[in-house]
Design a protein around this ligand. Structure first.
Ligand SMILES: C[S@@+](CC[C@H](N)C(=O)[O-])C[C@H]1O[C@@H](n2cnc3c(N)ncnc32)[C@H](O)[C@@H]1O
Length: 286
């Protein structure tokens, strides 16, 4: 039940490349919540605990997770004859009109797997698939089955983060990954995240800080450091990642991936140094 796998989705701003670094800082817990889940790359990468809740305001995303959890074989059957082509991408993006939640999930899955950086804001959703670098349709069934297994008994909702944080059980560990504070990431997501939302997030975390543990990730900025000056630890972290040029929506060239450095703050309301001496079952032995 605790398999460490990859998110089924490509997700802009996802934490795939930072997953090991983040998991090292996660304390023992038996309730796990992601109130701004996106592709939920940390949930999928870590060992699964007894109680899990993934939430994102994007209803299409959460609906796709729910269909993968509850109807994996039907989804696989529906996608069986699909090929990753620019024409099919254009069809799903512009012509296909979903009539059911199942249809919505088929469209979301296909577009996510074949779009530039998995960007699902329809104004910026462009063809961006390359056989060499993207997961091929032949491998989608395996990915859907693994994901479905991991999602069994996981609570999936599409609410505002504030409600989720307020309703989390005492002692819950929250992984909180909002859009950046100072960089406009609205082009990535179907819903905007305003300055007011950042302040709401701060207020609700502060209000619940003595009954919940949280690890919050943010861009390294003066405002964020000021806001969260009261927490236990603010750590500056760096990691490497690559962007494949097959993701280039303009000319689809196959140049090699470009290396970048991710740099963010990890903001923890608990003492992570104490974790080093604990036995963490967050990665199972394999
Ligand atoms: C940086 S992304 C999360 C990426 C994720 N950690 C991953 O690894 O894929 C932030 C997410 O917050 C979601 N979001 C924006 N406003 C929200 C709100 N008010 N309540 C809940 N989720 C929201 C967006 O839809 C987006 O998926």
């Amino acid at each position: 039940m605790g398999q460490e796998i990859n998110s089924p989705f490509r997700y802009a701003g996802g934490k795939f490349y930072a997953r090991k670094l983040i998991i090292e800082h996660i304390p023992q817990h038996s309730y796990y919540v992601e109130p701004l889940a996106g592709g939920a790359s940390i949930f999928f990468a870590k060992y699964k605990v007894e109680n899990n809740w993934l939430n994102d305001i994007d209803e299409d995303l959460m609906n796709c997770f729910a269909i993968i959890r509850d109807h994996p074989e039907e989804l696989i059957a529906r996608l069986k004859d699909e090929e990753a082509t620019k024409d099919r991408h254009a069809f799903y993006k512009n012509e296909f009109r979903p009539k059911t939640d199942f249809d919505r999930a088929v469209r979301w899955f296909y577009l996510n797997r074949t779009s530039y950086s998995g960007i699902m804001n329809m104004q910026n959703c462009y063809w961006g698939y390359g056989d060499k670098y993207s997961m091929r349709p032949a491998n989608w069934p395996r990915n859907i089955r693994q994901t479905s297994l991991k999602l069994q008994n996981v609570k999936l909702t599409s609410l505002d983060f504030e409600e989720v944080i307020n309703e989390a059980e005492d002692g819950t560990f929250l992984f909180v990954d909002p859009p950046y504070f100072n960089t406009d990431q609205d082009k990535f997501y179907a819903h905007t995240f305003t300055r007011d939302d950042h302040i709401r997030l701060y207020n609700v975390l502060r209000k619940n800080a003595n009954r919940l543990m949280f690890l919050l990730t943010y861009d390294n900025s003066y405002e964020v450091r000021e806001l969260y000056g009261w927490v236990q630890e603010i750590l500056e972290k760096e990691w490497n990642y690559t962007i494949n040029r097959t993701d280039d929506q303009k000319n689809g060239t196959n140049r090699k991936g470009t290396r970048y450095k991710g740099k963010e703050l990890f903001i923890l309301n608990y003492n992570s140094v104490a974790l080093a001496s604990m036995q963490l079952p967050l990665f199972s032995k394999s």
